[in-house]
Design a protein around this ligand. Structure first.
Ligand code: DQA
Length: 144
C-alpha cells in the first residue's frame, strides 16, 4: 500500500492555472496513480485536502503504519514547519512531488521546508512527476 497525499488547491487541477499545472484534472491524477500502482503491483490510495491539520493527521497515520508516501504538499512546501516536523517522524520512504518546477518560479517557491526530511524530490514533469515518484518508491520499498 502506498499513500499519495495532496495539499491545498490540488483538488482544482484542470481549472487551476492550466498554463502552469496543465489541463489534467484531479480525477485524471487519481486514475493515473491507480493505474501506475496496478502496474507496479501496489494498492494506491489517493487523498487531497486543503487543511494543514488533516494533512498532518494523514502523515501521522503513515508514520504509525510505516506506510510509504508520495506527497505533494503544495503551498505548505514553502512554510509549514508543522508538516515538516510530522514527516521527520517517518520510518518508511516519503517522496516529495511537484507538478511544476518550483525552482523555476517565484522566489518564495525556491525554499522547501519539507525537502530535508523527504527521501527525495521529483518536480517539473507535470502529472508524470507522480508516476516517477511511484516507480521510485516502489523500488525503495522492495529493496529496503
Ligand atoms: C506545487 C508547487 C507549489 O509551489 C504550489 O504552491 C502548488 C503546487 C506543484 O505541484 O507544482 O500548489 O506543489
Amino acid at each position: 500500500m502506498i499513500l499519495v497525499l495532496n495539499g491545498p488547491n490540488l483538488g482544482r487541477l484542470g481549472k487551476r492555472e492550466p498554463g502552469i499545472y496543465g489541463a489534467g484534472t484531479y480525477e485524471d491524477l487519481v486514475q493515473l496513480c491507480h493505474e501506475t500502482g496496478g502496474k507496479l503491483g501496489h494498492d494506491v490510495e489517493v487523498r487531497q485536502t486543503d487543511s494543514e491539520a488533516e494533512l498532518i493527521g494523514w502523515i501521522h497515520e503513515a508514520c504509525d503504519g510505516r506506510i510509504p508516501v508520495v506527497l505533494n504538499p503544495a503551498a505548505f512546501t514553502h512554510y509549514s514547519y508543522a508538516l515538516r516536523d510530522a514527516i521527520a517522524q517517518r520510518t518508511a520512504p516519503l517522496i516529495e512531488v511537484h507538478i511544476s518546477n518550483p525552482a523555476a518560479r517565484e522566489e518564495f517557491r525556491h525554499t522547501s521546508v519539507v525537502a530535508g526530511v523527504a527521501s527525495g524530490t521529483i518536480a517539473g514533469f507535470g502529472l508524470q512527476s507522480y508516476v516517477l515518484a511511484l516507480h521510485a518508491i516502489s523500488e525503495m520499498n522492495t529493496t529496503s
